[in-house]
Design a protein around this ligand. Sequence first.
Ligand SMILES: [Zn+2]
Length: 483
Amino acid sequence: MSVVRKISMMVGFSTILIGCQLEEGLNTDQERHGTDRDSDFNREEVSQDQKDDSRNESDIVFDSEDQTSNHQRNREVDVDPDNEDQSEDEEKEGAGHEDESESRRVEVMPDQTFELGSDQDDIRIVQEQLIEVGYQLEVDSVFGIDTQRAIYHFQKEHEHLSNDGIYGSETRAALEEALENKVEIDTNGFAEIQLPHEQKREEDHSEAEIDSVYSENVAEEALFEGMVFVGSMLNVRETPDAGAEKVGRLKNGAHVFALKENGNWTFVYSNDATGWVANPYIKEIPYDSTQKQTVSNPNDLLVLVNKKYQLPNDYEPEDLVIPDVPFPFKGTPERKYLREEAAKALEELFEASQEAGVELYATSGYRSFATQKEIFSRNVSRLGFEIASQTSAFPSESEHQTGLAMDVTSSEVNFSLTTSFGDTKEGKWVEENAHKFGYIIRYQPGKEDITGYTYEPWHLRYIGKKAAKEIDERGITLEEYLN
Ligand SMILES: [Zn+2]
């Protein structure tokens, strides 16, 4: 197989992606947040992202000559365009920012398609208008589960709309009408509503099981495990030919097994589609998966999760609760949750900090596998695979999936996750006192080669008082403590 050739092609491609990013603003937000290995997105970062994740209904495939970047010339390109009319978007967005008057109620709704995982600034308008009609949402320009739930609920309330949880032209029209007529929607029970994919998951249980057996077998046969990195959607074709029939499409971030190669084409298996895809958009996952181990004790308070030890993909803690501590945002998003014992300890920690005159905020706790995958994929499309894998946790390798980690911050650093938090009054208090409540600062300076991460003064991990005390006294990491 020709991994070396593939990698060298990939490196060229990524370098250009990174180059673009540098021009677009790496020296601002990326620099400040570049060390956040958990890559908690924030509003500024999201608003800078001009990439349009919305799916284009028309199924156009660019020929290589049509691609805007030179590096893609003379290479098989088989990718759908993902940038719809950018300038038009920007105009609309500008209008939205300036318009603070009463007419905000009927602000021009984005004429695009948004679905789970989309992150574009215009989603902010959709979220604000959903709030106008009665939904409790966080405005973060990311089409996450909460936004999907609200759209889905709104569609259920309007019989003529199809129930797909996707914001498209018909949902847009109905939402505009509701806003014009100042309709208030009865949103009782909307937070509990089951989304289409959640219902489907139960029905397809046995199918999913069969699938996982298949993919395990496939994994043994595979040339390599890879990931799709593409702006939007990648076509999968019946034969290795740009003119061959399409048998499916793969999203950015999709996990694939490469089974064979033919010229510039790779035959891949994935949960969504099986067939031939153009090489430049499949990237080998840069680790030897045989070196990875899945932990057998995900519920243990001392569970070790890092680049070597992964949680099972489907692991979800059963005792998640929202700690009663200040957050710099409203609503009940997933990231407010922690496991019960960790939540109680965090409340005690916050209480003690307030008594000491220290004003802490919690920003990011539990994160499901699906969310981490979304974040990782978004970073891949924004930064390229190499940078993304250095700066954000691979899905199932994030400690946040344990429900035992919480990122904390303060107003002094603008609620961001930045190493300068360590120099603030709040950061110093946390460093000195966290262990008394069973928490440790998980990623300490000078321990990068052990933990795999650079210094993160904001990332607290709950391990219980006894272990935290010993780790604090000996100045060691959780890895060293457990060995
Ligand atoms: Zn974190």
